[in-house]
Each structure stands twice: as C-alpha cells, then as structure tokens.
Design a protein around this ligand. Structure first.
Ligand code: FES
Length: 557
C-alpha cells in the first residue's frame, strides 16, 4: 500500500537496521510491504476480565493477515477494579485509564504502526484504549473481551454485585456465613468481565454507540466462540479502515458522543460512563460537556432491565438481541443521530436499519413508549453543594428525592465501618470526601460502602454523597462526582455532621442547606488536610482535572 507510515520506519536503505529487528521475529520481504497493525491488548492474569485477550489478539492477527496486513500484539496493563475495591489500590483505577492511553500512545507511535485494534476488558482499559485511539487518530477498531457468565443461587441470577452486597447483609446479621460463602463461590462461574451493566459492560455497549466497535460485537460472552469470529472481523476491518482513510476522529464526533450519552441514559449504565465520555471527547478535540450530556439525555427513558437497575445480565442482553436492539429502538424513537459514521464505513442509522437482531429472550429490552423506567438512568445535579455538577444514578435508586442530615467521613474505611457497625441510621446522608481526582488521589469507587448500605436494608432510607466515584454495580440513593472536590476547597469540604442536605434527582438539585454566612465562616477556618503521596499518585495529583472535565491528565483542549 502506497504512503504507509510503516514505510518510514521499515522501508528503504537507511531503515535496513530497523528491518533487522522485525526479521528477528519472523518477518520476510513480503511482510514489509504490508500494512502494519498494532493489536493493543490489555492483558493480565491478576483477574478474570482480560485473561483471554491474547487469544483474541491471535484471532485479530488472523483477520489482519486474511485482509492483506500483518499484525503485532503490544499488551497494556490492567488494574482490576473489583479486586481493589475498598482498598488503597482503588486509587490506581482511574489513574490506570490515562496510563493505558499513554502506554498505547508510546508503543504505537514509536514503532511505525499504520492501524490499530484495541482489545479491552475491565472498567478502565476500555476508555483508556479509546482515548489512545482518538489521540493517535490512526485507523482503529475497538473489540471487547466479553462478559463473564452469571451464577445462579436459589433460582436467582447472581453476579459480583450480590457478592459485595452479601458482606453488608452478613455484617448486619441478615444472612449467615454459609450463605455468604455460597455467594462467593457461585457469583462468577467463568472468566470475563463483571456481569451486570456495570462499568465494563457499559463501556462495551457505548463503544458500539460511539461507532468504534462493530455493531453486535459487545454482548457475546467471553466464553462464546462468537468472540473469535468478532476478533477476526475486527482485524479485517482495521485494514479496510486504513484503505478507506477512516480514522477515529471522523467517527468520534459531537454526534456520536451524543448517541453514547443517550445510550448510557437509556440503559441506566454506570455513571463512570459520564466521566469517560467527557475524557474521550477532550482527547478527540470535541467540545462536549456535562451540559451536552444533560441535553442529550433529557426525556430519555430506561429501556433495558439490566443489573443493577433490573434483574438481567449482559448474557441475557446478548440473548435478547444485543446492543443493536437498544440502539435501533432509540433511533426509531428519534433519540439518536443516525448520521454519525461508524468503523464499518456506514452511518449508524443505515446500519441499524439493516440489523436483524432476532431476540430470543423477551423482557430484557423494552419499547421506548412502554419503557422499563420513564426517566433517564442518571441525572446531573447542581446546587450549593456541587456548583460544577454531580451525578445521581436514578435508574437504580429507590427514591429520587431525599432530605437528610449529614454524617461526614474523610475516609471510605471509616464510612464502611460505621455502616457495618450500625452507626448510620435512617434519614442520614453519608458524606465521603477527599475522594476526588486530586484528593484521594484517583477518585476511587465507593462500592463497598454503597453495597453495605443496601445489604443492611438501608437502600431507601440512607443516601450517600461523595466527590469520589461509584462502581457500575452501585445502587441506592447515591450522588457522586461532586465538583469541585473537597481537596480543592469545594463546598463538600465545609459540610459538618448534622447539616441538612437536599438531593432532588427530579429537579437536578444538590443543596447544602446551611446559611451562606455560616459557610463563609467555615471557609475561613478550612485548611486542606495534608495527605502526602509519592510516585505515580503525586504525578497524577499534579496533572488531573476535575470530574466535570472528565478527570483527564492531558491538560487544556
Ligand atoms: Fe474487571 Fe469488573 S473487575 S470488569
């Protein structure tokens, strides 16, 4: 192929030494004339979410070969959110998103690749890979690792969500140790990603809505042979995208980000999706803000009954027709921008009209005019407690309005112990602060505490407000991403035990009901608690932006 970037690295007399290195790994003369495709695969044995990525990478390479290219795998890291939940390690979760983007940039930009296939599994690998794709703007296809299968206990589908909630139930004496152990053994029977519409599966569905993943590719389970077929297809598509000059910034536009935000609201997906869409937009150079997400999602109903908002899992969604069924229903109802281009070279509206999902499982995906829930899965809140915004996941909340008195914690562990030991009661708002992008640093997820609240039977009577994040498995009356965060002096730093807090998910309000003069007085006395960190955490703290800007480390647009 003429004009290949790889020829600048491996073509001509002067680059003879570079060819030595690829000959050493098996390249011959013919290979140097072919497009060179990077398979950027997040891979680690330290958890189930990306463990099969190298097998998928082999299938991608076959697809590239069949399409006339040659491919090399360049693995990237994984930080497993489920395993580090509630520990100090959780601080590395969001940090790893930007680190993954950086490691892919460094490997792909420095080895003369022409195109890329990214394989992601766990929560942060996916947005990290997509951020690298739009940053490098090299023809790129996104491929998902695939969900784990759900377990079954007493006729009920169970997932990691039930495993986290079981701890709260056990600590409050609502279940015995035998049941806890049974949940632990049955919750995740196969490798793959966490099974409900938690962050990983949310981002997988959004990769289809964004147009970077082939339609229908996100829902086949990790154990399905369809995954290998999708992988070969992704390899071939990357070569085709290169031939057609189809780059990620032609695909990830204001319209496709709008479509992804609509899909996030219509599925009641993880609130992390908001943070990641903002970050992807900044990397793509698209001015797409929290206000744009509000506009896109206004009036969008929830049409998928997926955990934690409903009873079904990603495996069920696959049987029910996959993400394309959701997207098609949203398109037909006028919620999607059908003209957005996809990696398949056609507009998403055109592709969806041709899609024939053949659902085998009813009750998972609803009609737009007879939805699962009438309101969007989340709501952006603003008010005196969050002048730059906060996020409430109303799709998985028992109540959308709550007024209560603050119980303030400056660490997640203290909050968890208080809930588990019965020191938090009905009518209270648990406030966990200094958990923001700079404060923690790394904006950890609060699933251990939120699951403990639900497990204790307080899901409808206790709320939680934090400048940290939530896992996609979180449910209850939960408000996160409070901006500005406490560490930079946001109003959440001024809350005291007993203050009244109003959460109104219907009107989009988060108010600290304390007189302005009193707050001024508290502000004068406030001093940022010193929480020294070193290494990567210190570097991240210096660079990262606030949650309403996507908590990115790449600076101003
Ligand atoms: Fe990796 Fe849930 S911990 S997908």
């Amino acid at each position: 192929m003429v004009g290949l970037r790889s020829s600048e690295w491996y073509g001509g007399v002067d680059n003879s030494p570079h060819r030595v290195y690829l000959r050493a790994i098996g390249f011959d003369d013919a290979d140097f004339a072919k497009p060179l495709v990077a398979v950027a695969a997040s891979w680690s044995e330290a958890g189930p979410c990306n463990i099969n990525s190298l097998n998928l990478a082999s299938a991608v390479k076959e697809g590239v070969r069949e399409a006339g290219g040659v491919a090399l795998t360049v693995p990237t890291i994984v930080v497993n959110d489920g395993i580090n939940m509630g520990t100090d390690g959780m601080r590395y979760s969001l940090i790893s998103r930007d680190l993954i983007a950086d490691t892919i940039e460094a490997q792909v930009a420095s080895h003369g690749f022409d195109a890329m296939v990214g394989i992601g599994g766990c929560d942060k690998t996916q947005p990290g890979i997509i951020m690298a794709m739009v940053r490098l703007d090299m023809p790129s296809v996104y491929l998902y690792h695939g969900t784990a299968e759900h377990g079954v206990l007493d006729g009920r589908k169970i997932t990691v969500q039930e495993a986290f909630e079981a701890v709260g139930s056990y600590r409050r004496g609502r279940i015995g140790i035998d049941t806890l152990r049974l949940v632990e053994k049955l919750a995740m029977p196969t490798a793959g990603t966490c099974q409900g519409l938690f962050t990983a599966n949310t981002m997988a569905i959004l990769s289809e809505a964004l147009g970077l993943a082939p339609l229908g590719s996100s829902t086949p389970p990790a154990t399905s042979s369809l995954r290998l077929a999708e992988a070969r297809k992704a390899g071939a598509l990357a070569v085709k995208a290169l031939e057609d000059g189809l780059t990620p910034r032609r695909i990830v536009t204001w319209d496709s980000l709008y479509n992804a935000a609509v899909t996030l609201a219509a599925t009641s997906g993880s609130t992390n999706g908001i943070l990641h869409l903002l970050a992807i937009a900044r990397e793509a150079g698209v001015k797409f803000s929290l206000e744009d997400i509000e506009e896109a999602t206004r009036g969008v109903p929830v049409i998928a009954a997926l955990k934690p908002a409903g009873p079904y899992t990603m495996v069920d969604l696959h049987e029910a027709g996959g993400a394309p069924l959701i997207l098609r229903r949203l398109l037909e109802a006028g919620f999607l921008r059908g003209e957005a281009l996809t990696i398949e070279g056609e507009e998403i509206g055109v592709l969806l009209k041709k899609w024939d999902p053949k659902p085998r499982l009813p009750g998972v995906v609803f009609e737009v005019d007879n939805p699962y829930k009438k309101t969007p899965g989340f709501r952006i809140l603003r008010g005196s407690l969050a002048p730059r915004g906060a996020v409430m996941k109303i799709g998985a909340a028992e109540k959308t309005r709550f007024r209560g008195h603050a119980k303030v914690f400056d660490s997640e562990r203290e909050a968890f112990d208080a809930v588990a030991e019965g020191r938090v009661g009905e009518g209270e708002v648990v406030v966990i602060r200094y958990m923001g992008p700079k404060g923690a640093p790394g904006m950890p997820e609060m699933l251990k505490v939120t699951a403990a609240i639900v497990g204790a039977g307080l899901g409808a009577s206790v709320a939680l407000v934090t400048d940290g994040r939530f896992s996609g498995a979180t449910r209850g009356i939960m408000v996160g991403h409070v901006s500005p965060e406490a560490y930079v002096g946001g109003p959440i730093a001024l809350v005291q035990d007993g203050d009244e807090i109003l959460i109104d998910g219907e009107r989009g309000i988060l108010d600290l009901q304390v007189e302005a003069e009193e707050l001024e007085d508290r502000r004068e006395k406030w001093a940022r608690p010193e929480r020294g960190v070193g290494g990567l955490l210190a570097k991240y703290r210096r660079l990262v932006s606030q949650a309403d800007e996507g908590a990115v480390t790449t600076g101003e647009m």
